[in-house]
Design a protein around this ligand. Structure first.
Ligand SMILES: Cc1ncc(COP(=O)(O)O)c(C=O)c1O
Length: 456
């Protein structure tokens, strides 16, 4: 059987339907702290919290495993449609306690896309229950990722992701990101927002939906203050809701329980997932403010759609233990205090590499943006796969990173996401930075041999 005892699996040697058919998949068999080990015994530093930013507390935590075992022995599962359980009740209470003020109600799901879809449905329910049933359109930034389901895919404006599935997707308007390249002040994004409102009619808009601080789509990017202020003004004027996708940023990743706390705007609905289960259980949540709840309470008085595993005792027991660990070990504060230094360390280690345009950081969510070193600003030629080479070289050197090359979508070029577990020690962070800088410098050297000099 492929995978058993082998260090790498390829598409021809497995019954798994792989994500990328030309990729070689290293087989990871165990993990401890910030290290994972493949089937050949080679160890890797996990600078990506399990690859997807979920394993925020590292691997092999006996306390979380014990909490899951205790709960599984008592009661692993009951469905939340007709029954509730103390774990769901307690976890909702805990989340309301760490969420920004006013987020009083919580519904559980099992993952990020589900949380985002539920956020769209809650926004829609809010409007319908207020008698405003025309509202359904969702405006969102184009350079984003909200999940692979049809509804969440429709919230990104990236042809590369959407095109094959377009016939299934509702059409929503998108606005460009306010990056240094396109719109440093946020003014053009506000104008694009106004145009989008105009095009679909503000009376038809249910929500503005965004990552408050972007993850893989545009690592550690957040629009300028002017944009958030303008967005808040438009919400006031037009009556739509603001939904934050905090699937990655929620539960401590940016040095706040929720990234919303660090921005000059308060959303109406927050969706979160990954860090809530910290890689030990599939659990996500949607939180809404009291006025959203009140509209439903004063209207249909129901929001019945849900999934089989929503609010199950086993996954909620894990969520509770994760919050307990974060609080007891002061990890959200650690991420907030250590994050800026980690960003500086990365920037120092990459100093003088013309391939690197910017190192961004918000807590333990960091991003490195690459440009064509021949002019210091253009996107790199996509066929060179420069950021992909950074990952390959880093992996050979025993480091897991995550790079993307969404160049053909038009808003962002080669980039790497760097998102270590909150529990990484200083020495482990130093080692991650050093291996990463080594990989980037190596990729930059390789690139020099591939790029034709441009005529002056
Ligand atoms: C910002 C963001 N939103 C939503 C999702 C989708 O989450 P899931 O894969 O749990 O459905 C992801 C996954 O990477 C994400 O990064």
């Amino acid at each position: 059987m492929a995978g058993a005892g082998e260090a790498v699996v390829v598409s021809q040697s497995t019954h798994v339907l792989p994500l990328e058919f030309n990729r070689r998949y290293p087989v990871i068999v165990r993990g401890e702290g910030v290290w994972v080990e493949d089937a050949s015994g080679k160890r890797y530093l996990d600078a990506m919290s399990g690859g997807s930013m979920a394993a925020t507390l590292g691997h092999g935590r006996r306390d979380i495993i014990a909490a899951a075992r205790v709960q599984a022995e008592k009661l692993a599962y009951v469905h939340n449609e007709r029954l509730t359980n103390p774990l769901q009740e307690q976890l909702a209470h805990e989340l309301a306690g760490v969420a920004p003020t006013g987020f009083t109600r919580v519904r559980f799901v099992t993952g990020g896309a589900e949380a985002n879809e539920m956020a769209i449905q809650i926004a829609r329910r809010y409007h319908v229950d207020r008698g405003d049933s025309k509202r359904w359109q969702v405006i969102s930034p184009a350079q984003a990722y909200h999940g692979p389901t049809m509804a969440t895919l429709a919230l990104t404006g990236r042809p590369g992701l959407q095109r094959p599935f377009e016939p299934y997707m509702p059409v929503h308007p998108h606005i460009p990101p306010s990056t240094w390249r396109f719109d440093p002040t946020g003014e053009q994004a506000l104008q694009a927002l106004d145009r989008a409102l105009e095009t679909v009619g503000p009376e038809n808009v249910s929500a503005y939906f965004c990552e408050p601080i972007s993850a893989a789509a545009l690592p550690a990017y957040s629009p300028p203050k002017r944009f958030w202020e303008g967005l808040a003004e438009r919400r006031e004027r037009h009556g739509f809701l603001i939904c934050f996708d905090e699937i990655v940023t929620g539960i401590g990743r940016t040095g706040h329980w929720f990234a919303a706390e660090s921005l000059p705007i308060v959303p109406d609905i927050i969706a979160t997932a990954k860090g809530l289960g910290a890689g030990y259980a599939a659990v996500g949540a949607v939180l809404c403010r009291q006025h959203v709840y009140d509209a439903i309470a004063g209207g249909s008085r129901k929001f019945t759609l849900g999934h089989t595993w929503d609010g199950a005792p086993l996954s909620c027991a894990v969520g509770l233990k994760v919050i307990d660990v974060l609080k007891k070990e002061g990890l959200v504060d650690r991420v907030r205090d250590r994050g800026p230094k980690l960003r500086d360390q990365l920037a120092d280690a990459l100093e003088g590499v013309p391939l690197v345009h910017e190192v961004r950081g918000r807590g333990f969510l960091l991003g490195v943006e690459y440009v064509d070193p021949r002019d210091g600003k253009s996107f790199l030629p996509p066929e060179l796969r420069t950021a992909g080479r950074v990952d390959d070289i880093a992996f050979e050197q025993g480091l897991i990173t995550y790079s993307t090359m969404p160049t053909r979508d038009g808003f962002s070029g080669d980039q790497t996401l760097f998102a270590p577990p909150f529990t990484s020690t200083d020495a482990e962070l130093d080692e991650m930075v050093s291996r990463f800088a080594g990989a980037v410098r190596h990729a930059a050297k390789e690139l020099e041999t591939k790029l034709e000099p441009r005529p002056v």
